[in-house]
Design a protein around this ligand. Sequence first.
Ligand code: AMP
Length: 398
Amino acid sequence: MSKFSDFNFSNHKALIRVDFNVPLDKQTFAVTDDTRMKAALPTIQKILNDGGGVILMSHLGRPKEGPEEKYSLKHILSHLKELLGGKEIKFADDCIGESAIQLAASLQAGEVLLLENLRFYKQEEKGDEAFAEKLSKLGDVYVNDAFGTAHRAHASTAIIAKFFPADKKMFGLLMEGEVSSAEKVMHNSEKPFVAIIGGAKVSDKILIIENLLERATDIIIGGGMSYTFMKAKGGHIGKSLCEDERIQTALEILDKADAKAVNIHLPSDSLIADNFSNDANTSAAPSNAITDGWMGLDIGPMACEQFTNVIKQSKTILWNGPMGVFEMSKFQHGTKAIAVAVAEATQNGAFSLVGGGDSVAAVNQFGFADKVSYVSTGGGAMLEYFEGKELPGIAALK
Ligand code: AMP
């Protein structure tokens, strides 16, 4: 594998797997959130600046049986043109086949070609070799910049790599950033290392917690999932979220943590509500003594302080999942307090990575994205990485 920044793309046609799976307006098909498109711009720009040609391939949505108008990547053309400073973008209305071959063959240095949705072919998700080989013929260098799909062994994200020699395949800048920050946390973490795990369900986070027990010094457990742990420890949790079938798992995790001398921090108190609503009556209560009929929807003031102290003493921080129902203004204080603590620790020299779904949404919503070391763009991929799984998109290149 080559290193992207060392590679001179002059006179090369780079086939880049990007993640342009962006949300579109249902009526106008306008791009409503271009975060993923913006994330790929540095990679595209470097290739164009070097004097290379750029061929972009991506999926969009989940088409079922072949082409579907609403999932056509032609809808993003004008937005991409805008992001690239008004540059004309060529479009192949089929990702393989004659039009793609012709347009790719005639592509000049400094030009950009976008291929139609890869998932209009079932072969993409099946990781079909013949399909991957056809795609590979369109360019002479393969760049994978789609971290969001790195956990899938699809034709364009993994299988295609085998059709390029070692020096003609590489991660793009976005992928490089994602992989190096994830590796830093997983394999080269400076201690103390705190993992902050929140969100709704224990069942979604078991594998990640088990893997982190091997690496972290401290694990903070907040959000809805903390109440299963509270109940497992004999606490009274009212009608807080609880997965009774996971109580045994919670106990096993607590035992393992004990054996490995990993500190598990559960919220000492909660902001409880008499209703799952922003208009609910609220009060603070110990998380293990919640009144019948009430539920914990955020961590409480003491827990904010408790967690902040742990975070401030840490040198490596991984954050996945909110501390409460942060979508409602009444229950976002805890998640905000964590964002503040992570930002402060980062300013004092800690390395912080926010990865996976809702905690990313939270740091963006609260305006903290530029105050942490790295915000991952790949929800599912980042989760699987921290569960200790090998990601096919990474393995195919390494
Ligand atoms: P996840 O996707 O597992 O990270 O979970 C995120 C979701 O968990 C968000 O939609 C939150 O509203 C929800 N959540 C966090 N804390 C709680 C809680 N105490 N009770 C119910 N839902 C929660």
